[in-house]
Structure formats: structure tokens, C-alpha cells
Write a protein that binds this ligand. Sequence first.
Ligand SMILES: NC(=O)c1ccc[n+]([C@@H]2O[C@H](COP(=O)([O-])OP(=O)(O)OC[C@H]3O[C@@H](n4cnc5c(N)ncnc54)[C@H](O)[C@@H]3O)[C@@H](O)[C@H]2O)c1
Length: 246
Amino acid sequence: MPLDGHIALITGAGQGIGRACSVIFASKGADLVLLDKNSETLSNVAQEVARMGCKVIKHVLDLTNMDELREAVENARKIDLIDILVNNAGFDRPGTTAKIDKKEFEEVLGIHVTVPLTLIQILLPGMREAGWGRIINVSSIYGITGGKGEVAYSTAKAGIIGLTKSVAKECGQDGVTVNVVLPGLTRTPTIETFMDERYKKAIIANTPLGRIAEPEEIARVIAFLASDEASFITGIALPVSGGWGL
Ligand SMILES: NC(=O)c1ccc[n+]([C@@H]2O[C@H](COP(=O)([O-])OP(=O)(O)OC[C@H]3O[C@@H](n4cnc5c(N)ncnc54)[C@H](O)[C@@H]3O)[C@@H](O)[C@H]2O)c1
């Protein structure tokens, strides 16, 4: 199996794209370290992948609590080498430049840029030493197009693209690839619960494939980037958007 013998740390694993990554990575033979702040959904996913034969460690934590994050990941790292990192967790705080709350702006930058940077700082040295590693970050089409009323989210999602390319340049010689996927509209619990139908329809109308993505369609691309099939791809910002953002 393509990810046999590897250990992947996935943030925001409790639902949506993170859950789909967990299941697909497990189906490809990876063992998993799963992080999320929601203990109920995280337990469900951990049980699901364990039933598939995957060795799994789960940590319930708020990723933006840096001390807790460091401790959890340092402990998991002591058990074995984590050689795949999927920086997926995220949340949105909508607002225009006139209305955005500065604290919320910084929270959004924190989860989408500072948390991935921190995890990269912890895990990259081990990957470099091993001569093999995969880092896959999750941005958004808004990271390249911007979004009206999405100033914090778009800024953060552009930031993770810059981080990806910079880290890719740092560690390519050591066998570590670093890529970022840019999903379009994807049917996850947050989108289904909170996004207005009119807004969804407007995005779908601008999506050449004319529909919303399923989380597995994003997760399969992430799993590809984590595999040896993608051994000569690094620093790429890959839209997985059905053509939205062209
Ligand atoms: N769904 C979409 O349409 C879409 C489009 C583009 C990009 N994305 C990006 O894809 C990623 C996943 O999106 P999703 O729709 O699956 O999200 P989601 O909201 O459905 O799930 C996110 C998960 O992350 C966890 N999480 C959030 N903040 C956390 C924190 N501080 N500490 C610990 N866990 C935390 C949540 O508990 C949840 O389980 C995000 O980075 C998102 O910005 C999603």
C-alpha cells in the first residue's frame, strides 16, 4: 500500500476534509496521529480508522494553544517518526476591511499560518534527518483570488501558500516535499450548516464542473501528494476546485 510504513499527523481530523484524509490515509496503510478540539468527532474518526487496522493516537486540544500543541506533538514524536504532516484545521471569521475585528483577524492568521509553521518547526528536523518527508498544507481558492467579506481568511490562505513555497525551497535537498492544495467549495459539516444556500449557488455557478466537491475528492489529492507517486512535486499550489478560480 502506498503509505505503508508512514505515520501521518493530521490536524482538524474530526470532520470534513480532515476526516476524509484520515480514512483515505488509513486505507493506504498509514498510521495516524489525529488532532482536533472536538473530542466526540475525533473519537469517532479514531475508532473508524482503528477498525481498518490503523495504529492511531488522538489528541483533543485547541491547536492555537501553542504550549499544549508542542507538548502533544513532542510526545507523539517520541513514539515514532512522524514523516507526513497535513495542516488542515481551519475556521473562518468573515468581515470586510472596515468591519473585521483585529483579534479575530489574528485568530484566523493563527490557525491557518502560525499553527502550520509551529508544526513544521517541530516535525521538519526529523523528516530531514530521515531523508524523506511530506508536508501538505490546506489553503483555499480564496488564497489566490481573495474573497469579498473574507479579508482575514483570504489573507491567511495566501499566507500558507507563501509558507509552503518557502519551506519547499529550504528542505528539498533533504528529500522533503512541501505542497499546498486549494480546495473549492466542499461539502463539509461547516459548509452544510453555516453557508447560505444563495452563496453556495453563486460559487457553483462560477465552477466549471458545476457542483460542490465531496471531502474525499480533496483528501485523495492530499494522499497522492503524500505518496511516492508525487516524488518530484514540491512547492506547488494545486487548486482542487472544479475550475472555480480560473
Ligand atoms: N469546506 C470548504 O468548502 C473549504 C474550501 C476551501 C478550503 N477549505 C479548508 O479546508 C480545511 C478543512 O475544511 P473543512 O470544511 O473540512 O472544515 P470543518 O470546519 O468541517 O472541520 C474543521 C475541523 O478542524 C477542527 N478545528 C478547527 N479549529 C481548531 C482548533 N483551533 N483546534 C483544534 N481543532 C480545530 C474542527 O473541530 C473541525 O473538526 C480548512 O483549512 C478550510 O479552510 C475548506
